[in-house]
Each structure stands twice: as structure tokens, then as C-alpha cells.
Ligand binder design. Structure first.
Ligand code: ATP
Length: 682
């Protein structure tokens, strides 16, 4: 248990409403509070019309989360047992937040709802009936491990001369993953979407087949296998499908625009239930993972008895902020058919700020933040949106220099840190004798164990009968290494108490790792944090799987301890978030759209949607900053002109939509140039 949030303990005490309403036919006693919905939201949340399936097509900030929660509250009020409700979200964080809000509204009954990502849900089902899906004893591996395995096979199969120009392991994994999520055969996918020559394609398919075989032998499941095997299981076994589909009366899906064709097949299999899918086609930004927003556009055509409702009233932002977002979508060749209206009315014009260099840009933002804070604003009222962790480096430098507290969301995940992976390897090795990657990593943590010894032991482990304990192998092959044996024995003993297992495992590994890593004390603190996160899990496998599927970022894990701080966030992590003051950093040519997508119309469109997500996070103030620190970019009549990027999204931005300032290098912070007065010269 544990990957989903079904039986987690109540996180917040239930808040009782002023005017109690009894549950209708559920037989439960309890209070039913009212949550304010506008008429569009209410029409969707309280829908009782003819259609069985509902698509709620909603713009940014129009209350999608509120509407899904409103729907669940309504269903419970109508007597639908909470355990018959399945809620599928895009991230674990979203599921957790929604359950918290439901918990606040209806108390403990919320814990009976099944909620999580598609991957969590499928894995949870497969763990209940492993034989039916042929996933007994299979360990989930993350992308890093999947890459290591592919790299191993690539190294074995390719001759020396071949290696240099052949696609690398991460690229091969992307191909395999994309083809699986889009339900395509790998060779068809390669022929259709890549320009590889026939020979390379054949070798690649051969390597991919070996990868599948090796995963099978080592009893691994990679992320895509989870969905793939689930779909295979339910589509080939009608009894199984009926049993699973029969569990739920209502299936609610958040961020529908980011579902892929494989996920669509899962929804299709569950469509005996009533589907309630919420999405925004203008926020579809995961095409690189196979997301297909036709799942939204073709919803009614693909399902019989389906209808669409719209939410267009935005509660987050002022009209000036929405005007620029609306303009951005209108410029597209795709018809998003969306015009956001601000419920809050008018406010401040967004600012478009040009800097000579990214250093000026970072300095200016840091100063601006400091001034706002000194004037009484909380740090947490501010959010800075960036394309990638890398593009935020200069800004981070400026924040650190001025001691501005911030948390980074979307950065390196805690589970990607080497020492954390070491501890998880110990856990995985103790759980499965066949987990080659985990065993090699764990064994090599210890002094005097190199590749050759580790490989020898792994070979013996792989030949072990499933009923045997791997400790037998250690006893004979490493008789004198009590340190190595003890780690495995400890974890095996505490498998049902993950928090204790991780705590004792970390202490035990300290003996080996303290010599290996610098700043061991701070690394040990990460390991303790991991053990704290395991508190609400009932078994170690559940914990390891949940966090392998959706790694927690350092900053997310620390969030509870952080007091007031600003948020630095990648746009891909920013969906569903908002802040009174938002800075969109680096919105210059070459970034929106990104250089690498130029010329590919679909990819450029996705870049437009990324910018749309970024702009629509702001509640009161939006500051769009850009810097032209390379010589290819020059200031020219209100917008940048960039040789390689005529499709720059803000190239023809109507100047009246923003308050424009250009900060010359010599001007410093706080002033535009008198030359700006020439900007409206026709
Ligand atoms: N009916 C309402 N009355 C008051 N405030 C509302 C209402 N509906 C939504 N809001 C507020 O509007 C903001 C945006 O809502 P929410 O985050 O649910 O939107 P969303 O559609 O999921 O946005 P996005 O997809 O852009 O992340 C939140 O602060 C929410 O509390």
C-alpha cells in the first residue's frame, strides 16, 4: 500500500461547515459544507444530464481544481460511496493537494477515494493481482536505471567503430518510450518520425528487443511497462477488465490534455463508469512524452454519449494579464477558441523589461524583490518562472548573494542524489535478489568490492531459486563481510516498517559512505528526510515504488520547514500554481520558441503553450523579462529582431498591452531611458 493515497492518515483535521447538510443516501453521518462555485462551474460539477461522459474544457485559472473537487463533493452528497470514485491526476503532488482539500470539506470519508497518477493507479491494481498481469516479483526502475541497462546492452552489442555515431542510451530510451506511449511499433515509429538509415534502425530495434528481454530476466518494470502491461492485461482478459472497471462508478481525470494514447486506452477500458475529464488544450505541454491533445479535441467523437462544457471565467488574474495571454493564443494557427475573462476586473498592465545581459536581468529582479519585501510584501507572494534549472543559474547567484530565501521546484530530485540512490539500492537489493542494478550499486558502496566481485555475486543471485534468501549467497561468497550482509538483513527485518528500515539502513550505510562522500553530515540529513517521508507507508516496496515513480524534489521535501520564501519554478512544474507577483524570466528570441524547436511547427506550437502557462500564473502583477546578451540580438523599435528566429512569439506584441522598459547597461536599476519616448514614433 502507499503509492496511492487511499489509506493515508488524515492530514488536516476536518473543518466543520456553518450550515450542515446530511449525506443523502450514503448512510454515512457527517457534515457537508458548501464550496462556492460560479454558474459555469456548478453546471459542470452538478451535471445530471443525459450524457454519461463529460469533458470540461477550461481555460487557465478558471477553477478546474475547484470544479473537480465540487464534482466529488456533489457525488458524495448524491450518495455515491467515496470508494467508488477514482481520481487520476498528472502528478502525485496534485493528488495530494486535492485530497487535502476534500479532507477539509468532508473529513475522513475523503480517504476512501482512490487518487493518484495513472502510473500509481495501474501499479496499485497490478500489485493486487500480479499473476493476472505477469508482474510477480517485478521491481520498478527509474529512468536513470533504465538508461544504465540500455547503455550496458548498447555497449555489448555495438562494435567499436559503430559506437560513435549510433544513438546514445538516453535517445534510444526516448524512442522506445515514445513509441510505447503512442501505441506504435518501434520500427514504424522510427521510420515515421526519425531520419535514421535502415541499418541503424534495425540495430536499434535489436537493442530494444534485448532491453525488453533483460528487463524480463532481471524482473524489472520501467515506467512505460507499467501502463503498457496494464493495458495488455485488461485488453486481453475481459473478465479482469470487467472486474477492474466494475470497481468504480465515477472516474475523474485532471489535466486531460496531457494524457497519451496509452492512457486513453485505460480510460476507454474504464468507460463503463462515468468519465469526468477536465483539461485545457492551450496548456498541453507534454507532447515530448507522447501527450496527445486529440484526447481532448476528439473526446465526443471517440466516446458514445459524451458532451463538453466550458469554463471561461478566470478567477486568478486581472484582465490586463489575460489580455496578453489571449493575444498569444489568437496569434496561433490553431484555433483554441478561448477568450479568458477576468472575474476580478482590471488591474496593472504587465511589464515587458529588456536588459542588456542576463546579469543585469538577474540583478534587477533581485533588487526589485528586495524593495518589495522592504515595503512589506511577503517573499512567498513572488514566483519566478524559468524554462530550465540551468537557465535560472545566474538568477540563483543573485538571490544567494542578497540572501533572498527561495525554494526551487522542478530541479534535481532528492532521489537523484547519489547517496540517496545508494540507500534505495540497499532497500531494493533486500527486496529482490534479481535486481542487478541495485545489487551492483549496493555492493560497490563497500570498500574492496569492485566490478568483478560485484558481477560474480550478481550472477549467483540471478541463478537463485525465487524461494531462497539472497543472504545465502552472501554467506558463501562473502563469508567475512558481515558489514555487507548486515545491511541486507536489517532491511529485510524491517520491511513492514519503512521508516525504521530507512533510518537503520542509513546509519548502517554511513560506515561505508562517510568515507566516500564529502559533506557527509548534510548528506545524512537527506537520508533522514527520506526516512521521514516514509512515515505513512506500510511497506518498503510501496514507498520505494511511489517515490521512484514520482521523485520528490529537494525543495518540495523541505517545503514544510521553509517559512516565508519565494518560489523559483520551471514552467513545466508550474501548472496549477499561482502567485500575486510573477516574473517570467528570459522571454527572449531563441527561448520562446526555443531554438531547438524552430522549423517544427508542432514543436513551436507547444512552445507557445509553455509561454501561455507561464503568463497565466500571475494574479496581480506580471513582469516579463528578457535579455539580449549575445551579439545576434539587438534592440529595434520595441521588439528584438533575431536573425534565426522570425517566429519569436513577442515579435509583434502590441505595445499597448504592456508597459515597456529598456534598461541600458549604464542606467542601472530603476529607470527606463528617455529614448523610450521615441518608441511610439510611426
Ligand atoms: N468560483 C470561484 N470563486 C472564487 N475563487 C475561485 C472560484 N473558482 C476558482 N477560484 C480561484 O481561482 C484560482 C484558480 O483556480 P484553479 O487553480 O482551480 O484553476 P485552474 O483552472 O486549475 O488553473 P490552471 O489550469 O491555470 O492551473 C484559485 O485561486 C481559485 O481559488
Amino acid at each position: 500500500m502507499g503509492a496511492l493515497y487511499r489509506h493515508s492518515p488524515p492530514i488536516l483535521a476536518p473543518v466543520l461547515p456553518p450550515s450542515p447538510v446530511r449525506f443523502a443516501q450514503s448512510g454515512r453521518s457527517g457534515m457537508m459544507p458548501t464550496m462556492k462555485l460560479n454558474s459555469e462551474q456548478e453546471t459542470a460539477a452538478h451535471y445530471q444530464g443525459q450524457a454519461q461522459h463529460l469533458l470540461v474544457l477550461a481555460g487557465a485559472g478558471t477553477g478546474k481544481t475547484r470544479t473537480i473537487i465540487g464534482r466529488i463533493l456533489f457525488l458524495i452528497k448524491q450518495g455515491v460511496p467515496a470508494e467508488r470514485v477514482l481520481m487520476l491526476t498528472f502528478t502525485r503532488r496534485a493528488a495530494k493537494e486535492m485530497l487535502l482539500r476534500l479532507n477539509n470539506e468532508v473529513g475522513k470519508v475523503a480517504q476512501s477515494i482512490t487518487a493518484g497518477t495513472f502510473h500509481h493507479f495501474c501499479l496499485q491494481v497490478m500489485r493486487r493481482v500480479p499473476k493476472a498481469f505477469a508482474v510477480e516479483d517485478r521491481t520498478v526502475i527509474d529512468r536513470d536505471d533504465a538508461q544504465s541497462l540500455l547503455q550496458l546492452i548498447r555497449g555489448e552489442r555495438l562494435k567499436k567503430g559503430e559506437k560513435r555515431d549510433f544513438p546514445k542510451a538516453p535517445t534510444i530510451l526516448n524512442y522506445i518510450s515514445y513509441a510505447k506511449n503512442c501505441c506504435l511499433q518501434l520500427d514504424d515509429y522510427l521510420a515515421q518520425f526519425t531520419e535514421l538509415d535502415t541499418g541503424t534502425m534495425e540495430r536499434l530495434v535489436e537493442i530494444a528487443n534485448l532491453y525488453e528481454q533483460r528487463k524480463h530476466e532481471r524482473r524489472y518494470l520501467d515506467y512505460d511497462d507499467i501502463l503498457h502491461l496494464f493495458v495488455q492485461g485488461i485488453e486481453t482478459n475481459s473478465k479482469l477488465r470487467e472486474r477492474i472497471a466494475g470497481l468504480y462508478q465515477h472516474v475523474l481525470v485532471d489535466e486531460m490534455q496531457d494524457t497519451n494514447p496509452l492512457q486513453w486506452r485505460i480510460l476507454n477500458a474504464l468507460s463503463n463508469a462515468n468519465l469526468f475529464c477536465v483539461g485545457d488544450d492551450a496548456q498541453s505541454i507534454y507532447a515530448f512524452r507522447g501527450a496527445d491533445f486529440r484526447n481532448v479535441h476528439e473526446f465526443e467523437a471517440r466516446l458514445s454519449n459524451a458532451t463538453t462544457l466550458k469554463l471561461q471565467e478566470n478567477y486568478r488574474s486581472t484582465q490586463e494579464i489575460l489580455d496578453i495571454a489571449n493575444w498569444l493564443l489568437q496569434e496561433s494557427t490553431i484555433s483554441y477558441d478561448k477568450e479568458l475573462h477576468a472575474h476580478r476586473g482590471r488591474g496593472l498592465k504587465p511589464q515587458l523589461l529588456d536588459f542588456e545581459s542576463k546579469f543585469d536581468e538577474a540583478e534587477w529582479i533581485a533588487t526589485d524583490l528586495q524593495e518589495r519585501h522592504e515595503a512589506g510584501a511577503a517573499w512567498s507572494d513572488h514566483m519566478i518562472l524559468v524554462r530550465s534549472a540551468w537557465s535560472a543559474k545566474t538568477l540563483e547567484g543573485a538571490l544567494i548573494e542578497r540572501q533572498i530565501p527561495y525554494k526551487f521546484v522542478g530541479g534535481t530530485s532528492l532521489l537523484e542524489a547519489a547517496h540517496v540512490k545508494d540507500l534505495l539500492s540497499l532497500c531494493r537489493a533486500a527486496i529482490s535478489a534479481y535486481d542487478e542494478l541495485a545489487w551492483i550499486r549496493y555492493l560497490k558502496c563497500w570498500p574492496k568490492i569492485g566490478d568483478a566481485t560485484a558481477a560474480k555475486i550478481v550472477q549467483q543471485l540471478i541463478e537463485l531459486d525465487p524461494a531462497d534468501n539472497p543472504l545465502q549467497v552472501l554467506d558463501s561468497a562473502l563469508a567475512k563481510r558481515e558489514d555487507i550482509r548486515q545491511g541486507i538483513a536489517l532491511i529485510q527485518q524491517y520491511r513492514a516498517e519503512p521508516q525504521t528500515a530507512l533510518k537503520l539502513g542509513a546509519e548502517h550505510l554511513s560506515k561505508a559512505l562517510a568515507l566516500r562522500y564529502d559533506r557527509w553530515d548534510s548528506r545524512l540529513a537527506d537520508l533522514r528526510l527520506l526516512s521521514d517521508l516514509a512515515l505513512r507507508y506500510k511497506d518498503l516496496l510501496g514507498f520505494v515504488e511511489a517515490y521512484t515513480l514520482d521523485p520528490v524534489s529537494n525543495s518540495e521535501a523541505e517545503k514544510t520547514d521553509q517559512e516565508d520564501c519565494l518560489t523559483l519554478i520551471t514552467v513545466h512544474s508550474a501548472k496549477g500554481t499561482e502567485a500575486p507577483v510573477c516574473y517570467c524570466l528570459g522571454v527572449q528570441p531563441g527561448m520562446y520558441p526555443h531554438m531547438r524547436s524552430l522549423g517544427d511547427k508542432e514543436a513551436e506550437e507547444e512552445e507557445r503553450r509553455i509561454l501561455y502557462v507561464a503568463l497565466t500564473r500571475a494574479q496581480n502583477e506580471l513582469l516579463i523579462t528578457r535579455s539580449g546578451d549575445d551579439n545576434r540580438t539587438q534592440f529595434h523599435g520595441g521588439s528584438f529582431v533575431h536573425g534565426a528566429s522570425s517566429s519569436y512569439f513577442l515579435e509583434y506584441l502590441p505595445i499597448e498591452l504592456v508597459e515597456f522598459k529598456h534598461f541600458g547597461y549604464h542606467l542601472g536599476h530603476g529607470g527606463g531611458s528617455v529614448l523610450d519616448e521615441l518608441l511610439d514614433f510611426e
